[in-house]
Design a protein around this ligand. Structure first.
Ligand SMILES: [Fe+2]
Length: 254
């Protein structure tokens, strides 16, 4: 089963809106064009937060870009989202706001780590309980998705704005043996690691990236990207990041 993960598109209501020098609307469209030129039969599209850049009118744009793809679009909120507006905007199929979803042999658990007034994230008690109940209720291979990173990225400024109560998160995860992976956005860079048998996957943005390993906030020159996941029935995960040159650069190169 193939899954496409995109993250941190940071859309505005205005198509020309740009963030850190990248027009976020055309950048997302370009990323999707690339992803669907390689494979068209994704079982779902996973979107790990910051769908908009502090602009709720960006959700209309998000829906118009992804709605016609006729795939489940599973979404969690990030710190730049407006969760109430996002939940209302994504109330109809093919969109899903948080919750859980069973697809084949896999169980997706989408968590809300939005912490009002903070750039970093937190899982409130009811969300930790929901995670626990979801894991208790299904023996399928579990993939847990949230916006904020629950492990250190090795970047001082970024590690100050991760998941504040990561220890509580891992206490739940560690009490189950069928969690195969944890996936997030927020970090605008790639990470592929492992913790106690659980795959750790951080994914670059569909727009601008942060410089890995930097102690201070710094923008990377790497292009927009997305992640492909191959989820096998036996619980194995194959995954790769694909970096996408802007359409204008591709035309020049071509
Ligand atoms: Fe972001």
């Amino acid at each position: 089963m193939q899954i496409l993960q995109i993250t941190d598109p940071h859309l505005y209501g205005n198509a020309g809106g740009s963030l850190r020098g990248v027009e976020t609307d055309s950048s997302l469209r370009n990323v999707l064009d690339d992803a669907f030129s390689r494979a068209a039969d994704y079982a779902a599209i996973l979107v790990t937060g910051d769908l908009v850049q502090d602009d709720a009118s960006g959700y209309l744009r998000f829906k118009s870009i992804l709605g016609h793809l006729r795939k489940p679009v599973l979404c969690v909120p990030g710190n730049h989202d407006e969760p109430d507006a996002m939940r209302l905007s994504l109330a109809q199929e093919p969109f899903q706001y948080c919750g859980t979803r069973e697809l084949g042999a896999w169980h997706f658990i989408m968590l809300d780590s939005y912490d009002p007034g903070h750039v970093g994230g937190r899982l409130v008690e009811s969300e930790l309980e929901r995670l626990d109940e979801a894991l208790k209720g299904s023996p399928a291979h579990a993939l847990v998705c949230l916006h904020h990173h629950p492990v250190a990225m090795g970047s001082r400024w970024l590690d100050g704005i991760g998941l504040a109560n990561a220890a509580e998160f891992w206490r739940v995860i560690d009490s189950y043996s069928h969690v195969r992976g944890v996936m997030w956005g927020h970090v605008h860079q790639a990470l592929d690691g492992e913790r106690e048998g659980v795959r750790l996957l951080g994914t670059p943005s569909t727009c601008a990236q942060f410089l890995p390993g930097s102690d201070r906030y710094a923008i990377d020159s790497r292009p927009p990207a997305y992640r492909l996941l191959d989820l096998h029935d036996d619980g194995r995960i194959h995954s790769e990041i694909r970096w996408v040159q802007p359409a204008s650069a591709r035309q020049i190169a071509g």
